[in-house]
Design a protein around this ligand. Sequence first.
Ligand SMILES: *[C@@H]1O[C@H](CO)[C@@H](O)[C@H](O)[C@H]1NC(C)=O
Ligand SMILES: *[C@@H]1O[C@H](CO)[C@@H](O)[C@H](O)[C@H]1NC(C)=O
Ligand SMILES: *[C@@H]1O[C@H](CO)[C@@H](O)[C@H](O)[C@H]1NC(C)=O
Ligand SMILES: *[C@@H]1O[C@H](CO)[C@@H](O)[C@H](O)[C@H]1NC(C)=O
Ligand SMILES: *[C@@H]1O[C@H](CO)[C@@H](O)[C@H](O)[C@H]1NC(C)=O
Ligand SMILES: *[C@@H]1O[C@H](CO)[C@@H](O)[C@H](O)[C@H]1NC(C)=O
Ligand SMILES: *[C@@H]1O[C@H](CO)[C@@H](O)[C@H](O)[C@H]1NC(C)=O
Length: 916
Amino acid sequence: MRARGGLVLAWLCVATAASVAAQGVSPPVCPQAAAGRCFWNGSGVGEYIYTVDGTRVRIEFADGGHFYIKCLDNLTLTNSALPRFDVQLRVKSAFLNSCPVAGGSYSAALEVLNVVVLEKLTVMGPVHIGRPQLARLEGLASLMLVGAELETDTLDAMPGLQRLHLQNLRVPSGALDTLPSALQVLEMDRTGASLTAAQLRRLPELREVLVRDSERAAVEPAGALHKIALEAPTSSAHVPHRLLPSLRILVLKGWDERSPKPWQDCDQLEELYTNNAAAETLPADWLRACPNLKLLSLRAGRLRALPAGLLDAARDLHTLDLLGNRLHALPSGLFAVNKALRSLNLSSNNFTKELFASLETVTSLNELRLNNNVHLTSACGGDSDSVRGISMLKDMKNLTELSLRNTSAKVICRDWRDNMLQLQTLDLSKNPITVLTYTDLQFGSSVVVNLSGSNVTRLLYSEQDYNSVVRGESRASADIRAKFALVCDCHAYWAAAALRARPHHVRLQAVRCAAGGDLAAAPDARLTCPAPQLCAPACHCATRPHAAPPTQPPAQPPTQAPNKPPQHALHVRCANVTHMPRLAAAAADYAQSLQLSDNNISHVGVNDLPPHILELDLRRNQISRLDVETATALASGPQQLWLGGNPLACDCRAEPALSVLRAAAALRDNATCPAQAQCGAAPRTALLLGGVLLALGAAAALLALLALPAARLRIKLALHAWGWLPARESDDGLRFDAFVSFSHGDERFVREQLVARLESGPAPYRLCLHYRDWAPGGWIPAQIAGSVRASRRTLAVVSEHFLRSAWACAELREAHALALAEREPRLVVLLLEDPARLPLDDKLRGYLASNTYVRWGDPWFWQKLRRALPRGRCAPPEPLPPAGVGPAPPAARELLPKLPCDDQESLNLKSLDPIT
Ligand SMILES: *[C@@H]1O[C@H](CO)[C@@H](O)[C@H](O)[C@H]1NC(C)=O
Ligand SMILES: *[C@@H]1O[C@H](CO)[C@@H](O)[C@H](O)[C@H]1NC(C)=O
Ligand SMILES: *[C@@H]1O[C@H](CO)[C@@H](O)[C@H](O)[C@H]1NC(C)=O
Ligand SMILES: *[C@@H]1O[C@H](CO)[C@@H](O)[C@H](O)[C@H]1NC(C)=O
Ligand SMILES: *[C@@H]1O[C@H](CO)[C@@H](O)[C@H](O)[C@H]1NC(C)=O
Ligand SMILES: *[C@@H]1O[C@H](CO)[C@@H](O)[C@H](O)[C@H]1NC(C)=O
Ligand SMILES: *[C@@H]1O[C@H](CO)[C@@H](O)[C@H](O)[C@H]1NC(C)=O
């Protein structure tokens, strides 16, 4: 019964093992005769576990690759219960770990397991190996013995051996005198033995010797060696200074020479490595006999200085590695004759800035590593973090890697960006680089710039930089890896604007403010710097630049006070005030935001509102009454207005002002009372009448102010003094020459005649066309108002369609109103049909009677039209910024109420089609 159970188990074992086998040879199986002594316990990837006579055996194999077996507890490889392969397994190498063969041989034992080894045998573990154990392995080229116990004549069994690796074992004395004569590579790893010239001479084929020891390593060069590698602790690797004419590579880790002598018989030496060497200096003629040296690596030594002329003989040197010494300077002309130097590593020394001068002429380099020279400092621009000059490396145009990690560098030099067009890696990590400018990010190559290990606190763009980003001129080739913890104030404004306009104009990771949040998402009000000199008492004033849409380059450079950033917008916040703040004239002109909530302001007058205000917060004050004039100015001035929490009176006297506010698009809260029905028909009449009258009044007031030459001059002088006068063209700075107002029914005429003709030719006009230049989704009345004010003229294409279109009509009135206010012929009427046939209302009829109009069909139509329109410029039109993103142009001040055309209902917002 017992035997039968064993059989069943063995069968299961085979079945399961076979099912997981890779294609080709199946894993070994327990021999049938060993039922009860051998069990399969499971498998991993290419790994199989068995229990043989109560001890675990691990087997790994890869068909054609390797066979590995590990025995434990005195299990021998000759044990008859060991699992074996059904089909012969042929592998390049076999590893036998802790598996003795006692009196037998490894070849016989492997034969029983059905394994054939073709190239290399490795025997590990405390096993005794004599000649019998290695019998019949003559065909193997490579043998590795680890931790085994050898006899003097053990290796005689394998006369054809080409590679021998002895590790962690004692070599019996005399064993090295009779090494297989075919040996080509000999490695002795912790064997306590050295190699003498006599031993090496008996090995005519030997090309490579490696001696690695924990105490001492020595070789007397002899024979025809190509490579000698000695590795030992510091000062314990010894090789005589007379080398071998055949030697190509010499590796000396822990070289013992304190006062090295010049190498002799060094003619063919191409690569010389030392590591942990004891020498503090080298003789000038150290390499004189080594004319073929290509690579010199003297790492982690104690070198304090190099002799002049050290490399003069090694003209073809392409790699020099001096990492981790104590050098602080290079001798004069060290590389004078080395025209092929490609890689230079001077990291982890104590070099200073003078090093750059020593490297100036080494222009053949591909890689330059200067890491961890903490006194190196910036290669350009002195110690200042503001000057980005040209470094002494400027002629290294073939560099692909420049590493300056931890070198106290403060800036990115200009030549690294502009000259090194092959650069792939620029490592500036662990440096105090905290200020980056726009130009710092403009690389000519697709380099990865590593700036990790410090926080960038300033990202400085100028207005010109912003404009060039918007024009798409930024180079996003470099991948800049920096961590940003920016001071997000007025100095970060243009960078923020550029990132908003074109987020991918440079390749940067998250550009974040130290106080939290992305720079691009920071509200304009946060990107300000305090400006107490501009401020009224009890108020806090902060300025920032103002992103006017980019215009053509100014005719002459703007006059600016030196060192003063162009600050064009003013944010004012007041606490504990009872009146609207009185701002200086210059300040008032640039005030864009007044934060006045939670004060005790009881009166707001039309003159209290700065002319370019965009945001006005008057919540929770004591305002009980507003006159219609002020309400109108409030409704049409700021883009955002808050009035909640004021004790506004809700009587019939207040109703005209309230109804203006109710219609105000800017109002962000429901501060006003519901309409007072009992006040009768007054509201609309009042609105219309009051609106018109007051608009004219306000416009007149503005004109009066601007008409006072003294006041105008004072304002201008103040602006110049602050460097605030924006760069203007000689004209009025308006974006468009003409806003074409037309009805949908006449679109074909507009596209095919007007636009085709006016936007072409030598002096094309810049037309504002709703189907092209309006931001999608913008509030239509605001877009009408913005377009009229951003254009020199409004060209109304008047037809029957037009007069029936509420929107077109609104546009006409807007332009008409502005024309009245500015006493300028802003409105140009183009009649598509005979005026007599058009249903003109009295106002328009009056306008046409006193102003010229152009009639389609007139033989002088185009001449007349061009005379009526201001002269065009030679630039394509730019789209209007989306509503609420770009501030309105300076002239886009809305002083006039938005007049409904026929009646208020027709201006409802349901339709997004501007022309009904
Ligand atoms: C291996 O399998 C045998 C037979 O199934 C079992 O007796 C032994 O405990 C197993 N060994 C291990 C380590 O799982
Ligand atoms: C292995 O053999 C040695 C001597 O040959 C013996 O001292 C040791 O106890 C054995 N170990 C086991 C686990 O049998
Ligand atoms: C490195 O050089 C600086 C001066 O350049 C010197 O003060 C410092 O002691 C040097 N450090 C070492 C370790 O030699
Ligand atoms: C830079 O590399 C090019 C192409 O490999 C080579 O022709 C040129 O001589 C190199 N420049 C220098 C200064 O070595
Ligand atoms: C960089 O900023 C982070 C937090 O923003 C801080 O934890 C870190 O210490 C800073 N690193 C340096 C080098 O200043
Ligand atoms: C406002 O005035 C009150 C009383 O006059 C005072 O306690 C408070 O500190 C003032 N607040 C500010 C911000 O000045
Ligand atoms: C303002 O709105 C709030 C909530 O939307 C409402 O409770 C309140 O009555 C409104 N006030 C007026 C004056 O309409």
